[in-house]
Design a binder for this molecule. Structure first.
Ligand code: SF4
Ligand code: SF4
Length: 194
């Protein structure tokens, strides 16, 4: 485990975000070899194994608006992972203010999409973005020959949001680690790795 904390400026970006913990960017995160028995309880409860590696499902049980155990020992990946936005900030490609604004806009867009989903489906259940996307995909697959225009528009807007996530948050390296089998037996939308 790690008590590795990000530099203060990076924390200012992350504290308003949480996309890598809350099921917006990824549905699992990787553990280091042998780490599964030493991680905090709520992570341990969500551990699974695939091939040679251990992972835990996201959203993380410790996420509630922000990481609730930030000052404690967490999984190694928690202190080591840097999304593209943090890398761009650390590399001087964007300012702190610009990074915070990217997060603010992305959160507003996600919130808008979740509101539209609730309106369309009548499902008011708290749902993270990737799960919502999967549910929308199933709805689309169940459509009769006549497409539901509201559903199609919402899916198109979700695609735009995905493009924003890819541009600003998911690094090219993250894509290389995305394909593992999920609980339903298919491939999933990706994982957080160091
Ligand atoms: S996605 Fe990036 S900015 Fe957001 S919490 Fe994770 S590391 Fe921080
Ligand atoms: S322990 Fe904290 S940093 Fe790690 S995945 Fe959970 S919420 Fe995110």
């Amino acid at each position: 485990m790690s008590i590795n904390k990000a530099p203060e400026a990076e924390q200012k970006i992350c504290v308003g975000c949480g996309f890598c913990c809350d099921g917006t960017l990824f549905i699992h995160a990787v553990l280091k070899p042998g780490e599964r028995t030493t991680v905090p309880e709520k992570i341990m409860e969500q551990v699974f194994n695939e091939g040679e590696k251990d992972y835990f499902w996201l959203p993380c049980g410790y996420f509630s608006q922000r990481c609730t155990i930030y000052e404690s020992r967490r999984a190694d990946v928690c202190g080591s992972y840097r999304c593209q936005l943090l890398r761009d900030f650390a590399g001087g490609k964007i300012t702190l203010e610009e990074a915070v604004e990217v997060v603010r806009e992305a959160r507003a867009m996600r919130s808008d999409l979740q509101g539209q989903y609730r309106h369309l489906t009548g499902n008011n259940e708290e749902m993270h973005f990737i799960r919502m996307l999967m549910k929308l995909g199933k709805l689309q697959g169940a459509e009769n020959e006549q497409p539901d225009m509201d559903l199609e528009i919402l899916l198109a807007r979700c695609n735009i949001f995905e493009a924003l996530l890819i541009k600003h948050f998911r690094s090219a390296g993250d894509f290389g680690r995305m394909q593992i089998t999920n609980e339903a037996g298919g491939t999933n939308t990706g994982g957080k790795s160091i």
